[in-house]
Design a protein around this ligand. Structure first.
Ligand SMILES: *Cc1c(COP(=O)(O)O)cnc(C)c1O
Length: 397
Protein backbone atom coordinates (compact mmCIF):
# COMPACT_ATOMS: atom_id res chain seq x y z
CA UNK A 1 0.00 0.00 0.00
CA UNK A 2 2.49 2.70 1.01
CA UNK A 3 3.21 5.41 -1.57
CA UNK A 4 6.33 6.30 0.39
CA UNK A 5 8.02 3.31 -1.19
CA UNK A 6 8.16 5.11 -4.51
CA UNK A 7 9.20 8.70 -3.76
CA UNK A 8 11.10 10.26 -6.60
CA UNK A 9 11.98 13.36 -8.55
CA UNK A 10 8.37 14.50 -8.88
CA UNK A 11 7.90 14.73 -5.11
CA UNK A 12 11.23 16.53 -4.69
CA UNK A 13 10.49 19.05 -7.42
CA UNK A 14 7.08 19.86 -5.94
CA UNK A 15 8.47 20.42 -2.45
CA UNK A 16 11.35 22.47 -3.83
CA UNK A 17 8.91 24.87 -5.49
CA UNK A 18 7.27 25.53 -2.14
CA UNK A 19 10.60 26.03 -0.40
CA UNK A 20 11.78 28.38 -3.16
CA UNK A 21 8.67 30.54 -2.81
CA UNK A 22 8.99 30.47 0.98
CA UNK A 23 5.21 30.32 1.47
CA UNK A 24 4.43 27.24 3.52
CA UNK A 25 0.83 28.20 4.25
CA UNK A 26 -2.07 27.44 1.95
CA UNK A 27 -3.87 30.76 2.44
CA UNK A 28 -2.71 34.33 1.81
CA UNK A 29 0.71 35.78 0.90
CA UNK A 30 -0.48 36.03 -2.70
CA UNK A 31 2.36 38.27 -3.84
CA UNK A 32 5.13 36.00 -2.56
CA UNK A 33 3.89 32.67 -3.91
CA UNK A 34 5.14 32.71 -7.49
CA UNK A 35 1.78 31.26 -8.43
CA UNK A 36 2.18 28.18 -6.21
CA UNK A 37 -1.03 27.08 -4.52
CA UNK A 38 -0.24 23.43 -3.78
CA UNK A 39 -3.22 22.68 -1.55
CA UNK A 40 -5.57 24.19 -4.13
CA UNK A 41 -3.89 22.29 -6.97
CA UNK A 42 -4.17 19.04 -5.08
CA UNK A 43 -7.86 19.69 -4.34
CA UNK A 44 -8.50 20.23 -8.04
CA UNK A 45 -6.60 17.04 -8.95
CA UNK A 46 -8.50 14.99 -6.37
CA UNK A 47 -11.85 16.43 -7.50
CA UNK A 48 -11.07 15.40 -11.07
CA UNK A 49 -9.82 11.91 -10.21
CA UNK A 50 -12.70 11.24 -7.80
CA UNK A 51 -15.38 12.82 -10.01
CA UNK A 52 -16.76 15.16 -7.36
CA UNK A 53 -17.46 18.88 -7.30
CA UNK A 54 -15.78 19.75 -4.01
CA UNK A 55 -12.68 18.68 -2.15
CA UNK A 56 -11.26 20.13 1.02
CA UNK A 57 -7.82 19.14 2.25
CA UNK A 58 -6.99 19.00 5.93
CA UNK A 59 -4.14 17.92 8.18
CA UNK A 60 -5.08 14.21 8.48
CA UNK A 61 -7.66 11.59 7.66
CA UNK A 62 -8.91 11.80 11.23
CA UNK A 63 -9.35 15.56 10.81
CA UNK A 64 -11.19 14.93 7.52
CA UNK A 65 -13.69 12.67 9.30
CA UNK A 66 -14.16 15.19 12.12
CA UNK A 67 -14.60 18.08 9.71
CA UNK A 68 -16.98 16.08 7.49
CA UNK A 69 -19.20 15.20 10.45
CA UNK A 70 -19.41 18.69 11.92
CA UNK A 71 -19.81 20.27 8.47
CA UNK A 72 -22.91 18.13 7.97
CA UNK A 73 -24.34 19.42 11.25
CA UNK A 74 -23.56 16.39 13.41
CA UNK A 75 -23.00 17.34 17.03
CA UNK A 76 -23.41 16.52 20.71
CA UNK A 77 -25.51 13.43 21.38
CA UNK A 78 -26.06 12.51 17.72
CA UNK A 79 -25.40 8.86 16.90
CA UNK A 80 -23.03 7.74 14.19
CA UNK A 81 -23.07 4.09 13.12
CA UNK A 82 -19.59 2.62 12.53
CA UNK A 83 -18.10 -0.88 12.20
CA UNK A 84 -16.34 -2.97 14.85
CA UNK A 85 -13.43 -3.45 12.44
CA UNK A 86 -11.85 -0.13 11.48
CA UNK A 87 -9.16 2.20 12.82
CA UNK A 88 -9.58 4.09 16.11
CA UNK A 89 -9.93 7.32 14.08
CA UNK A 90 -13.56 6.35 13.43
CA UNK A 91 -14.69 6.75 17.03
CA UNK A 92 -12.13 9.47 17.78
CA UNK A 93 -13.61 11.74 15.11
CA UNK A 94 -17.15 11.03 16.36
CA UNK A 95 -16.27 11.64 20.01
CA UNK A 96 -14.31 14.78 19.12
CA UNK A 97 -17.56 16.59 18.33
CA UNK A 98 -19.50 15.12 21.26
CA UNK A 99 -21.35 12.59 19.10
CA UNK A 100 -21.84 8.93 19.98
CA UNK A 101 -20.09 6.07 18.14
CA UNK A 102 -22.54 3.18 17.70
CA UNK A 103 -20.55 0.04 16.92
CA UNK A 104 -22.13 -2.44 14.55
CA UNK A 105 -21.13 -5.90 13.31
CA UNK A 106 -19.19 -6.54 10.12
CA UNK A 107 -19.82 -9.44 7.73
CA UNK A 108 -17.76 -11.30 5.14
CA UNK A 109 -17.08 -8.00 3.34
CA UNK A 110 -15.14 -7.05 6.53
CA UNK A 111 -17.22 -3.87 6.54
CA UNK A 112 -20.64 -2.85 7.88
CA UNK A 113 -23.35 -5.48 7.67
CA UNK A 114 -26.40 -3.61 6.28
CA UNK A 115 -28.90 -5.61 8.37
CA UNK A 116 -26.98 -4.85 11.55
CA UNK A 117 -26.94 -1.18 10.56
CA UNK A 118 -30.69 -1.10 10.16
CA UNK A 119 -31.17 -2.75 13.54
CA UNK A 120 -28.98 -0.11 15.21
CA UNK A 121 -30.92 2.91 13.97
CA UNK A 122 -32.62 5.04 16.64
CA UNK A 123 -34.24 8.47 16.71
CA UNK A 124 -30.79 9.90 17.43
CA UNK A 125 -29.00 8.35 14.44
CA UNK A 126 -27.65 10.93 11.99
CA UNK A 127 -24.93 9.20 10.00
CA UNK A 128 -23.90 5.78 8.73
CA UNK A 129 -20.13 5.60 8.37
CA UNK A 130 -18.90 2.56 6.45
CA UNK A 131 -15.15 2.05 6.50
CA UNK A 132 -13.73 0.50 3.35
CA UNK A 133 -11.07 -1.48 5.18
CA UNK A 134 -8.04 -3.07 3.56
CA UNK A 135 -8.79 -2.06 0.00
CA UNK A 136 -12.40 -3.15 -0.44
CA UNK A 137 -15.79 -1.62 0.14
CA UNK A 138 -19.04 -1.93 2.02
CA UNK A 139 -22.24 -2.88 0.25
CA UNK A 140 -22.95 0.71 -0.70
CA UNK A 141 -26.26 0.23 -2.49
CA UNK A 142 -27.76 -1.49 0.53
CA UNK A 143 -26.40 1.18 2.89
CA UNK A 144 -27.56 3.97 0.62
CA UNK A 145 -31.11 2.70 0.51
CA UNK A 146 -31.14 2.34 4.31
CA UNK A 147 -29.91 5.94 4.61
CA UNK A 148 -32.51 7.19 2.16
CA UNK A 149 -35.29 5.32 3.92
CA UNK A 150 -34.36 6.73 7.34
CA UNK A 151 -33.15 10.19 6.29
CA UNK A 152 -29.52 9.55 7.30
CA UNK A 153 -26.24 10.74 5.84
CA UNK A 154 -23.76 8.28 4.32
CA UNK A 155 -20.12 9.14 5.08
CA UNK A 156 -17.58 6.84 3.41
CA UNK A 157 -14.24 6.38 5.13
CA UNK A 158 -12.17 5.46 2.08
CA UNK A 159 -8.81 6.04 3.80
CA UNK A 160 -7.64 2.48 3.05
CA UNK A 161 -9.27 2.06 -0.33
CA UNK A 162 -8.39 5.11 -2.40
CA UNK A 163 -8.71 4.32 -6.09
CA UNK A 164 -11.15 1.45 -5.60
CA UNK A 165 -14.56 1.80 -7.20
CA UNK A 166 -18.18 0.69 -6.92
CA UNK A 167 -20.44 0.46 -9.95
CA UNK A 168 -17.91 2.51 -11.85
CA UNK A 169 -17.72 5.32 -9.31
CA UNK A 170 -14.64 6.10 -7.21
CA UNK A 171 -14.95 5.03 -3.56
CA UNK A 172 -15.54 8.11 -1.44
CA UNK A 173 -17.72 9.75 -4.10
CA UNK A 174 -20.79 7.57 -3.56
CA UNK A 175 -22.00 8.74 -0.16
CA UNK A 176 -22.94 12.28 0.85
CA UNK A 177 -19.30 12.72 1.85
CA UNK A 178 -16.11 10.69 1.61
CA UNK A 179 -12.78 10.90 3.40
CA UNK A 180 -9.22 10.00 2.49
CA UNK A 181 -6.03 9.87 4.52
CA UNK A 182 -2.62 10.68 3.12
CA UNK A 183 -0.68 9.66 6.21
CA UNK A 184 2.68 8.00 5.77
CA UNK A 185 1.42 4.44 5.29
CA UNK A 186 -1.46 5.04 2.90
CA UNK A 187 -1.51 4.22 -0.84
CA UNK A 188 -0.62 7.81 -1.64
CA UNK A 189 0.89 9.99 1.04
CA UNK A 190 1.56 13.62 1.95
CA UNK A 191 3.49 12.69 5.10
CA UNK A 192 0.40 13.81 6.98
CA UNK A 193 -2.82 14.92 5.34
CA UNK A 194 -6.40 14.09 4.54
CA UNK A 195 -9.28 15.11 2.32
CA UNK A 196 -13.03 15.38 2.54
CA UNK A 197 -14.86 15.09 -0.78
CA UNK A 198 -18.50 15.87 -1.53
CA UNK A 199 -20.98 17.14 -4.07
CA UNK A 200 -22.78 19.08 -1.34
CA UNK A 201 -21.83 22.74 -1.59
CA UNK A 202 -23.03 23.58 1.91
CA UNK A 203 -20.97 20.83 3.53
CA UNK A 204 -17.92 21.98 1.56
CA UNK A 205 -18.45 25.63 2.54
CA UNK A 206 -18.73 24.65 6.18
CA UNK A 207 -15.66 22.41 5.91
CA UNK A 208 -13.17 24.93 4.58
CA UNK A 209 -14.33 27.55 7.05
CA UNK A 210 -14.48 25.28 10.06
CA UNK A 211 -11.04 23.82 9.47
CA UNK A 212 -9.48 27.31 9.35
CA UNK A 213 -10.83 28.94 12.55
CA UNK A 214 -14.11 29.89 10.86
CA UNK A 215 -12.45 32.15 8.26
CA UNK A 216 -14.89 32.98 5.46
CA UNK A 217 -12.06 32.99 2.88
CA UNK A 218 -13.51 36.02 1.09
CA UNK A 219 -11.24 38.73 -0.27
CA UNK A 220 -7.46 38.73 0.11
CA UNK A 221 -6.96 40.16 3.58
CA UNK A 222 -7.09 37.31 6.10
CA UNK A 223 -7.18 39.71 9.02
CA UNK A 224 -10.31 41.37 7.69
CA UNK A 225 -12.21 38.14 7.09
CA UNK A 226 -15.28 37.46 9.20
CA UNK A 227 -16.26 34.34 11.12
CA UNK A 228 -19.81 33.11 10.88
CA UNK A 229 -19.31 30.28 13.36
CA UNK A 230 -16.74 28.74 15.68
CA UNK A 231 -13.98 26.83 14.00
CA UNK A 232 -10.72 25.05 14.59
CA UNK A 233 -7.35 24.62 12.89
CA UNK A 234 -7.11 21.50 10.76
CA UNK A 235 -5.12 23.13 7.95
CA UNK A 236 -2.69 21.24 5.77
CA UNK A 237 0.65 22.90 4.98
CA UNK A 238 1.86 23.63 1.46
CA UNK A 239 4.84 21.33 2.01
CA UNK A 240 2.58 18.37 2.68
CA UNK A 241 0.22 19.28 -0.14
CA UNK A 242 3.17 19.52 -2.55
CA UNK A 243 4.08 15.88 -1.90
CA UNK A 244 0.45 14.98 -2.53
CA UNK A 245 0.46 16.85 -5.87
CA UNK A 246 3.15 14.48 -7.09
CA UNK A 247 1.61 11.36 -5.53
CA UNK A 248 -1.92 11.84 -6.91
CA UNK A 249 -0.46 11.80 -10.42
CA UNK A 250 0.95 8.38 -9.61
CA UNK A 251 -2.18 6.88 -8.07
CA UNK A 252 -3.15 4.85 -11.12
CA UNK A 253 0.42 3.61 -11.55
CA UNK A 254 0.42 2.51 -7.89
CA UNK A 255 -2.95 0.80 -8.28
CA UNK A 256 -1.78 -1.22 -11.25
CA UNK A 257 1.33 -2.39 -9.38
CA UNK A 258 -0.87 -3.35 -6.41
CA UNK A 259 -3.26 -5.23 -8.67
CA UNK A 260 -0.42 -7.18 -10.29
CA UNK A 261 1.12 -8.14 -6.94
CA UNK A 262 -2.26 -8.94 -5.37
CA UNK A 263 -3.21 -11.18 -8.28
CA UNK A 264 -0.01 -13.22 -8.02
CA UNK A 265 -0.57 -13.77 -4.29
CA UNK A 266 -4.24 -14.59 -4.79
CA UNK A 267 -3.67 -17.12 -7.57
CA UNK A 268 -1.31 -19.05 -5.29
CA UNK A 269 -3.76 -19.09 -2.37
CA UNK A 270 -6.71 -20.01 -4.59
CA UNK A 271 -5.07 -23.41 -5.00
CA UNK A 272 -5.73 -24.16 -1.33
CA UNK A 273 -9.29 -25.46 -0.94
CA UNK A 274 -9.52 -24.51 2.77
CA UNK A 275 -8.98 -20.84 1.98
CA UNK A 276 -11.83 -18.50 1.04
CA UNK A 277 -11.61 -14.83 0.24
CA UNK A 278 -13.20 -11.74 1.61
CA UNK A 279 -16.40 -10.94 -0.31
CA UNK A 280 -16.30 -7.90 -2.56
CA UNK A 281 -19.83 -6.54 -3.09
CA UNK A 282 -21.17 -6.90 -6.63
CA UNK A 283 -20.03 -4.00 -8.80
CA UNK A 284 -17.01 -3.33 -6.59
CA UNK A 285 -13.36 -3.14 -7.63
CA UNK A 286 -10.75 -3.28 -4.88
CA UNK A 287 -7.73 -0.99 -4.76
CA UNK A 288 -5.67 -4.13 -4.06
CA UNK A 289 -3.81 -2.70 -1.07
CA UNK A 290 -4.32 -5.96 0.90
CA UNK A 291 -5.15 -9.56 0.13
CA UNK A 292 -7.72 -10.67 2.72
CA UNK A 293 -8.67 -14.29 3.25
CA UNK A 294 -10.43 -16.62 5.67
CA UNK A 295 -9.36 -19.94 7.12
CA UNK A 296 -11.91 -22.48 8.36
CA UNK A 297 -11.66 -21.60 12.06
CA UNK A 298 -9.94 -19.39 14.61
CA UNK A 299 -7.45 -22.01 15.82
CA UNK A 300 -6.19 -22.73 12.31
CA UNK A 301 -6.01 -19.03 11.52
CA UNK A 302 -3.85 -18.39 14.59
CA UNK A 303 -1.65 -21.31 13.63
CA UNK A 304 -1.19 -20.09 10.05
CA UNK A 305 -0.52 -16.52 11.17
CA UNK A 306 2.13 -17.70 13.63
CA UNK A 307 3.72 -19.92 10.98
CA UNK A 308 3.87 -17.01 8.52
CA UNK A 309 5.65 -14.87 11.10
CA UNK A 310 8.08 -17.66 11.92
CA UNK A 311 8.81 -18.15 8.22
CA UNK A 312 9.80 -14.48 7.98
CA UNK A 313 6.75 -13.41 5.94
CA UNK A 314 6.19 -9.88 7.22
CA UNK A 315 3.14 -7.64 6.85
CA UNK A 316 0.47 -10.33 7.20
CA UNK A 317 -1.95 -9.19 9.89
CA UNK A 318 -4.28 -10.96 12.29
CA UNK A 319 -6.59 -8.04 13.09
CA UNK A 320 -8.59 -10.01 15.65
CA UNK A 321 -5.82 -9.41 18.22
CA UNK A 322 -4.84 -5.95 16.99
CA UNK A 323 -4.81 -2.97 19.40
CA UNK A 324 -5.82 -0.35 16.85
CA UNK A 325 -8.19 -2.00 14.41
CA UNK A 326 -10.64 -4.23 16.25
CA UNK A 327 -13.08 -3.41 19.08
CA UNK A 328 -11.83 -6.21 21.36
CA UNK A 329 -8.70 -4.23 22.26
CA UNK A 330 -10.34 -0.79 22.48
CA UNK A 331 -10.42 -0.86 26.27
CA UNK A 332 -10.09 2.95 26.38
CA UNK A 333 -13.39 3.24 24.51
CA UNK A 334 -15.03 0.36 26.35
CA UNK A 335 -14.05 1.81 29.75
CA UNK A 336 -14.65 5.44 28.66
CA UNK A 337 -11.08 6.35 29.67
CA UNK A 338 -10.67 9.96 28.64
CA UNK A 339 -7.95 12.37 29.69
CA UNK A 340 -10.57 14.68 31.19
CA UNK A 341 -14.33 14.79 31.68
CA UNK A 342 -16.34 13.77 28.62
CA UNK A 343 -19.43 15.73 27.55
CA UNK A 344 -22.63 14.70 29.38
CA UNK A 345 -24.15 13.56 26.07
CA UNK A 346 -21.29 11.11 25.60
CA UNK A 347 -21.29 9.89 29.21
CA UNK A 348 -25.03 9.27 29.04
CA UNK A 349 -25.28 8.14 25.43
CA UNK A 350 -22.30 5.85 24.93
CA UNK A 351 -23.44 2.22 25.09
CA UNK A 352 -21.81 -0.07 27.65
CA UNK A 353 -19.53 -1.88 25.23
CA UNK A 354 -18.22 -4.19 27.94
CA UNK A 355 -21.58 -5.96 27.64
CA UNK A 356 -21.88 -5.81 23.85
CA UNK A 357 -22.24 -8.96 21.78
CA UNK A 358 -20.21 -8.74 18.58
CA UNK A 359 -19.88 -12.49 18.16
CA UNK A 360 -20.93 -12.19 14.50
CA UNK A 361 -17.94 -9.91 13.84
CA UNK A 362 -15.76 -12.28 15.86
CA UNK A 363 -16.80 -15.17 13.61
CA UNK A 364 -15.32 -13.35 10.62
CA UNK A 365 -12.41 -11.50 12.15
CA UNK A 366 -11.20 -14.52 14.11
CA UNK A 367 -10.70 -16.29 10.78
CA UNK A 368 -9.22 -13.38 8.78
CA UNK A 369 -5.64 -12.84 7.69
CA UNK A 370 -4.77 -9.71 5.70
CA UNK A 371 -1.53 -9.54 3.76
CA UNK A 372 -0.29 -6.09 2.82
CA UNK A 373 0.52 -5.63 -0.86
CA UNK A 374 3.64 -3.52 -1.34
CA UNK A 375 4.57 -1.38 -4.32
CA UNK A 376 8.31 -1.91 -4.25
CA UNK A 377 8.17 -5.69 -4.77
CA UNK A 378 9.43 -6.97 -8.09
CA UNK A 379 7.29 -9.48 -9.95
CA UNK A 380 9.89 -12.17 -9.33
CA UNK A 381 9.92 -11.47 -5.61
CA UNK A 382 6.10 -11.58 -5.38
CA UNK A 383 6.10 -14.95 -7.14
CA UNK A 384 8.56 -16.36 -4.62
CA UNK A 385 6.66 -14.81 -1.76
CA UNK A 386 3.37 -16.27 -3.02
CA UNK A 387 4.94 -19.72 -3.25
CA UNK A 388 6.35 -19.41 0.27
CA UNK A 389 3.02 -18.28 1.73
CA UNK A 390 1.29 -21.19 0.03
CA UNK A 391 3.81 -23.68 1.41
CA UNK A 392 3.56 -22.29 4.93
CA UNK A 393 -0.25 -22.38 4.86
CA UNK A 394 -0.35 -25.94 3.50
CA UNK A 395 2.12 -27.12 6.13
CA UNK A 396 -0.09 -25.66 8.89
CA UNK A 397 -3.36 -27.20 7.77
C1 LIG B 1 -5.44 5.95 8.35
C2 LIG B 1 -6.89 5.88 8.61
C3 LIG B 1 -7.63 6.94 9.16
C4 LIG B 1 -7.00 8.16 9.73
O1 LIG B 1 -6.10 8.83 8.95
P1 LIG B 1 -4.90 9.66 9.59
O2 LIG B 1 -4.47 10.48 8.40
O3 LIG B 1 -3.83 8.71 10.03
O4 LIG B 1 -5.45 10.50 10.66
C5 LIG B 1 -8.99 6.80 9.28
N1 LIG B 1 -9.62 5.69 8.90
C6 LIG B 1 -8.95 4.65 8.38
C7 LIG B 1 -9.71 3.44 7.95
C8 LIG B 1 -7.57 4.69 8.24
O5 LIG B 1 -6.92 3.63 7.78
Amino acid sequence: MPGFELFGEEERAQVQEVLDSGVLMRYGFDGMRNGHWKARELEIAIAERMQVNRVHLVSSGTAALTVALISAGVGAGDEVIMPTFTFVASFESILAIGAIPILVDVDDTLTLNPKAVENAITAKTKVVMPVHMCGSMADLNALKSICNKHGLLLLEDACQAIGGSYEGKPLGSIGDMGCFSFDYVKTITCGEGGAMITNNKDFYENAHKYSDHGHDHLGNDRGAETHLFLGYNFRISELNAAVGCAQIQRLDEFLSIQERNYTILRRALEEIPQITFRRVPEGGVENYSFLNFFLPNEALTRKVHKALLEAGIDACFYWYDNNWHYYRKWEHLIQKKALAKLPEEVINGLPDYSKADFSVSDQWMGRTISCLVKLSWSQGYVQKRAQKIKEVVLASL
